[in-house]
Each structure stands twice: as structure tokens, then as C-alpha cells.
Write a protein that binds this ligand. Structure first.
Ligand code: CUK
Ligand code: CUA
Length: 685
């Protein structure tokens, strides 16, 4: 930038950066204690010099000051983002946008030992598909647990769209504790969305299939294919989903999409939009319209309106059937019992979001430039009025005009909506590559249901996340656009570009434009959705509460190894190793095995110091463990290849870390051709 332009940058006595260009649009950002009482100072000219050298505008300097978090200082908010195809969860700090953690969820994660220790292998095994292991997932929607509609910082759930699975993460240690596979459907999308007290986690189907994805020809689509809305019961006492208490509702074979739980006045209900009410099944080669065209013929699709509390009563009263091992309310029962209704919604909608006060439901158009806002009260009145039309499956269709409160024209490709603490809603515009801010209306609101302004984003924004933007009390301040395309934002790293998380300042007043603060590349998958929580709500352990901790069940482990009790126990060809790890030794450090031994190796990290994690690798066994301070864990394998195996600690834990190793010697069975009785003799030795 030219010197001329930069003359406009000034740091005032109170640390306010101002420029002619940005005058009035720039707020107080920091205070420089080193600044003198007036005029030019050394610090000021230093800032100017750096800015000039780097070609930074006054807006850039402001953005830097608003996002920089100095060493040793912590971020105010945490983002829990889907890791997309990686099958993991990403944790970012806001406003720094620093990546704090990648949580292993559906995919083995070697650094955390996730999927390598016996107990975490068992968690991944819960998510097998018909007994086949899956090592990836298409994670879309993380959902933080809520108490009275507020994030409570205790649990996180996330769905796997590709296989209709749901995972439970404990935020005391940021580790995955459970994976459940939906027995009714093979792909989901309307999950993980929690009810206001986390009684249930909603998990709606995406692509219709016969129950249990059994075979049925596409010509039987209307008869055999179905949509499903599943309600997983969450038990806070043990921190697990209880499949026995969970249930599904059979719904028409439309492609259900996003979902959201009601709150406040709409608590007890949930909403899910759908597309492809045309029930197109493709068939380009058969001379039919391609699926995306066939699925976009109607002007209206349907939002499902479900009384989940009533549905739970129906199940409790025996109104459900067991299908594929889990309760299912038949569609006819759901209709008869007043559980299931539909409301028309404009053309292939995508997002559905309930306003913080629970009074309105916002549906975004995708192929319609409007958001459509429904009034929960009006929906209830329409239900009370009765006398419904139905679709061809007999499901009531409430009159659009009777339920609709307002429509706001925002721009092209509206998808998802978040809310702030000042009465505004923010809707992503995928086709416009922009985020629209609009005023939520309602009783006593001046100028409601109206577009306020837009900010361009780079590019193709999908979801967005505002601070506590899904709760009954959003916090405002920051918004992050989860942009699918980065194009020119980062130095090229090959044809597969990173995703771009763009941090946006929404703490500005309504009369000032939203401002872009920071671009954070995400190079691990496509994180569809994220939620942002006040960091202080999460009180994670820095070390496990007791030495010898079972990190899956969060209690003292029965297999914990105490110092002084280490050793190797042999029972025939079953060998149990009891090991401790502490800086800088593994005890025992020489392990003698016989070829074919079945080995169970218990290791306890007896450290109590923060960050004194030891890794543990056994070459040849495809194992790496992460044994955090206090953790007790195990691994099992068969020593099937005679040889010499140095095992070692894989975290640089201490000055003598490289010495933190030992030898595992697997003796050949009988030196090649030994007889069986000789082998037994060897084992006795
Ligand atoms: S979806 Cu991806 S941008 Cu799965 Cu919530 Cu809308
Ligand atoms: Cu323990 Cu390195």
C-alpha cells in the first residue's frame, strides 16, 4: 500500500485504530499501555511500519487485533466442528481460529491411540455395519448437549451420514465413548440435534430405503421405501445412548433433510424439512429425468412436524412395533395419534432452524431466494382446526397460508440460519457466496422480517455458526461461515483445496456492516456444521482423577497396574503383561514370548503431572497407544511372527525419552520343527 494511504492509520491514546476510510466503522480494539499521552509514539510508528511493510490496511490491522490471542492467553469460545470425511471432530478456539484438537470418532486416530487399545477398538466395533468394520464416516452435524435449551458443556454428539451412525463424546476428556448404528436406515442427515434437555438425540434419515436397507426394486419405491425419524434416548447417568429406550417413526419416503428441536413454547416438538417429495429415483440411462431434476419438479415440498413427546408416550403405551431390534411407530399410528403432520415449504428447502424463543421455524429455500418463517402457534391452530388434506400416504398436510408467518427475500441459495443476542438472524447464501443478516420479527418488533445487510464470503458457504447460536440465549459477537470453496484464499496446495472457515465480526451495530476478520483453512474434510460454545462452560480434566483410570467408563480400572506389581503372567499360551510407564521407563522392559502366544498387555501411566503422556508402540502389532497421566489401558494381539521387537514410548516425554523402550522377543515355536510335547516344555520354562 502507498505511504499516502497509510497516513490514515492512527492509533489514538485509547488504542482505537482509525482511518479516514474506516472512520466510524471501527471500534475500540485494544489498549496500548506503552502509548504515551499524545502524538506520535515509538509503538505507534512501529505498528505503522509493520503494517506498511506487510501491505496491511487499517481494516486488516483491526482484524489482527481482534483475533490475535497472545501466548499463554486462552480463547473465549470453542468451536466444535465436524471433521467431514475424516470421520473426526475438530475443536477450534475463537477468535484465534487455532486448531486445538482433532477428536478421533469414527476413524482410528493413532496419536490418541483411538482404535488401537482394546477398549477403543470395542467402541469402533459398535459402529460396524453388519459385522464389517468401517474406518471412515461422513460426519455432518455436531450437537452439544443442552440443559434447559442452553449448551451445558458436558457431551457432544455427531452423526455419520454415510452409515446412519451417531457417536457420543464425553467433554470431560474429549474422547469418544459410544457409537450406535441405526438399525432402520443406512444413511442419515437430520442428526445430531438434541432436545432442550438432551432427553433425545434426533437422527433423521436422508435417502429413503426399505427398513434395514433390505433389497426392494425401485419400482416398489412407494410401497417399500420409507423415511425414518429416530429418537435416541440419552442417559446422562452413564453417559450412553440407550437403544432399548430409543424409537423411530415411520414417515413417507421423501428425502428428509435437516432437523431441529422445538424449545420454549415449541418444546416437545421437532421439525424436519424434506426434498424429493416427487419421489424421483433417477434413471438417466432409462430415459427419465436425472434425479436432481426429477426431485425439483414440485413448487412445494413438506416440512415434517412431529410431536416427539407424544410419540414417546405412544411407544410407552405399546403403540410401536419392534423392527430390526428397535421400536418403530408405524406411519398410520403416528397419524392417528397426532404425532406426525406436514406443512408445505418452498421448493427443495435445506436448513430448518427454530428461533431462540421457540416461536418460529425458519426454513431456507435452496432453490428459492426466500427464507420462510412458520409460526408454531399458527401450526398448532391449524392442527386444532383439523379437517386436513393428506398426501398419498395419509399424512396430514396443514395449509401453507395458515402456518406461514412471513417470507424474507435474502438472495440466492439460502441454506442455514443462526441467531444472535440482538434480534438478528444470519442466513448463509450458497449461490451468492454471502451471509445475510435479517431482523427477526414478531409481536412488538419494529421492522421485523426484513433484510438488514449482507457480507460476501469466500466462497460457497454452507452452514454457519454463531456463538451459542442454536440455544435459547445466543451470545452474538462472532459468526463463522463454513465455506466449501477456498479457490484463491490460500497458497495453492494442489487441486484439492482446503475448506475455509471465515470468522466474521457481528458485534458491530445494525447500522454498521459485518466485518470479515480471519480465514482459517481446514484441510481434513468438509466440516458441514459446527457449534460454538463459551469456553468457560467446559471444564475438562487436565489429568485423570485417579491413577489407574478406565477412560471409557470413567472410573478406577480393575486392570490398573500398581507400581511394584508389574510382571508377566503365563497361563498356557495366554500371556498377561502388567506394565507401568513413568518418565523414563517401562516396567518390565524385557518381554519373552513364544510364537503363537495370545498376549494381553495392560499398561498404566502412573504419572500425575499434566501433559506427562506416554505413547506406546509395538512394531508388528499395528499398535500405538496414548496413555495419558493416570490412564490404564490394554492391548491384545497374537505373537504370530517370531522375531525381535523393540517397543517404545512414542511421546517425547523426557530427556531420556529415547531410552524409554524395551525388547519383546518372540521365540520361534520349537525352533522350526519341534514336536508338540517339546513346545509344552518350552512354555513351562
Ligand atoms: S448440510 Cu452440508 S451444508 Cu449436511 Cu447440514 Cu447444509
Ligand atoms: Cu515416555 Cu517418551
Amino acid at each position: 500500500m502507498s505511504d499516502q494511504a497509510f497516513k490514515h492509520l492512527r492509533i489514538t491514546r485509547r488504542g482505537v485504530v482509525k482511518s479516514a476510510a474506516a472512520a466510524g466503522a471501527v471500534g475500540a480494539v485494544a489498549s496500548f499501555s506503552i502509548l504515551g499521552p499524545g502524538g506520535e509514539t515509538a509503538a505507534q510508528s512501529e505498528v505503522e511500519r509493520i503494517a506498511q511493510e506487510r501491505g496491511l490496511t487499517p481494516d486488516d490491522v483491526n482484524a489482527a487485533l481482534k483475533t490475535y490471542v497472545p501466548s499463554g492467553k486462552w480463547d473465549e469460545y470453542l468451536i466444535f466442528a465436524s471433521g467431514g470425511h475424516s470421520g473426526q471432530v475438530l475443536v477450534f478456539g475463537v477468535p484465534s481460529m487455532r486448531l486445538l484438537k482433532v477428536i478421533g470418532v469414527f476413524t482410528p486416530e493413532p496419536w490418541q491411540g483411538y482404535g488401537f487399545s482394546d477398549d477403543t477398538k470395542a467402541i469402533l466395533a459398535e459402529g460396524m455395519l453388519d459385522g464389517k468394520p468401517l474406518t471412515w464416516a461422513d460426519t455432518h452435524h455436531p450437537g452439544l448437549s443442552e440443559t434447559n435449551g442452553e449448551y451445558d458443556g458436558q457431551w457432544l454428539f455427531i452423526n455419520d451420514k454415510a452409515h446412519a451412525r451417531l457417536a457420543v463424546i464425553d467433554l470431560r476428556d474429549f474422547e469418544t465413548k459410544q457409537i450406535v448404528k441405526n438399525p432402520h436406515i443406512i444413511s442419515n442427515h437430520g442428526g445430531a440435534f438434541v432436545t432442550p434437555n438432551t432427553d433425545y438425540i434426533i437422527d433423521g434419515s436422508q435417502y429413503a430405503v426399505p427398513f434395514g436397507w433390505e433389497y426392494a426394486p425401485l419400482s416398489d419405491f412407494k410401497e417399500k421405501y420409507r423415511g425414518v425419524m429416530t429418537f435416541w434416548k440419552f442417559n446422562r447417568d452413564n453417559g450412553r445412548i440407550d437403544s432399548e429406550q430409543s424409537f423411530s417413526i415411520e414417515i413417507p419416503p421423501y428425502f428428509q433433510d435437516l432437523a431441529d428441536a422445538g424449545k420454549g413454547p415449541s418444546d416437545g416438538w421437532m421439525f424436519s424439512n424434506s426434498f424429493n417429495t416427487e419421489m424421483s429415483t433417477g434413471g438417466i440411462m432409462e430415459g427419465k429425468p436425472p434425479l436432481e431434476a426429477g426431485a425439483s419438479l414440485h413448487d412445494m415440498d413438506y416440512m415434517s412436524v412431529i410431536n416427539w413427546r407424544k410419540a414417546a408416550e405412544v411407544v410407552a403405551n405399546g403403540g410401536a412395533e419392534e423392527i430390526k431390534g428397535m421400536q418403530m411407530i408405524p406411519m398410520a399410528t403416528a397419524v392417528k395419534e397426532g404425532v406426525l403432520f406436514q406443512v408445505p415449504e418452498p421448493k427443495s428447502p435445506h436448513g430448518v432452524d427454530v428461533t431462540p424463543d421457540g416461536k418460529y421455524i425458519v426454513v431456507a429455500g435452496k432453490l428459492d431466494p426466500h427464507v420462510t418463517i412458520y409460526s408454531f402457534e399458527k401450526i398448532q391452530n391449524a392442527i386444532a382446526a383439523g379437517n386436513f388434506e393428506t398426501d398419498e400416504f395419509g399424512v396430514p398436510i396443514l395449509p401453507f397460508d395458515a402456518c406461514m408467518e412471513a417470507q424474507v427475500e435474502l438472495g440466492l441459495g439460502p441454506l442455514h440460519t443462526q441467531f444472535d443476542n440482538a434480534g438478528f438472524a444470519y442466513t448463509s447464501l450458497f449461490l451468492d457466496s454471502a451471509i445475510a443478516r435479517w431482523k427477526v420479527g414478531g409481536e412488538g418488533v419494529e421492522g421485523g422480517w426484513a433484510l438488514v445487510d449482507k457480507i460476501p464470503v469466500n466462497y460457497n458457504v454452507g452452514h454457519l455458526t454463531a456463538v451459542e447460536g442454536d440455544t435459547v440465549s445466543p451470545q452474538g459477537k462472532f459468526l463463522v461461515g463454513l465455506n466449501k470453496w477456498a479457490i484463491d484464499r490460500f497458497y495453492p496446495v494442489g487441486p484439492l483445496h482446503p475448506q475455509n472457515f471465515q470468522l466474521i465480526d457481528i458485534a458491530v451495530g445494525a447500522d454498521q456492516p459485518m466485518r470479515l476478520l480471519y480465514d482459517a483453512p481446514v484441510g481434513i474434510g468438509e466440516p458441514h456444521y459446527a457449534q460454538t460454545i463459551r469456553a468457560e462452560k467446559i471444564q475438562a480434566w487436565t489429568v485423570y482423577p485417579e491413577v489407574g483410570w478406565d477412560t471409557v467408563n470413567q472410573q478406577k480400572s480393575p486392570i490398573a497396574v500398581e507400581p511394584g506389581k508389574e510382571g508377566v503372567v503365563r497361563d498356557g499360551n495366554k500371556v498377561t503383561i502388567n506394565m507401568t510407564s513413568v518418565r523414563s521407563h517401562l516396567t518390565p522392559d524385557i518381554i519373552e514370548l513364544q510364537e503363537g502366544d495370545e498376549v494381553t498387555w495392560h499398561i498404566t501411566n502412573i504419572e500425575k503431572a499434566q501433559d506427562a503422556t506416554h505413547g506406546f508402540a509395538v512394531p508388528g502389532a499395528n499398535v500405538n497407544l496414548s496413555i495419558e497421566p493416570g490412564e490404564a489401558t490394554s492391548l491384545s494381539f497374537v505373537a504370530d511372527r517370531p522375531g525381535t521387537y523393540p517397543f517404545y514410548c512414542t511421546e517425547f516425554c523426557s530427556a531420556l525419552h529415547l531410552e524409554m523402550m524395551g525388547y519383546m522377543l518372540v521365540n520361534p515355536a520349537g525352533g522350526g520343527e519341534k514336536k508338540d510335547d517339546e513346545k509344552k516344555d518350552d512354555e513351562k520354562d
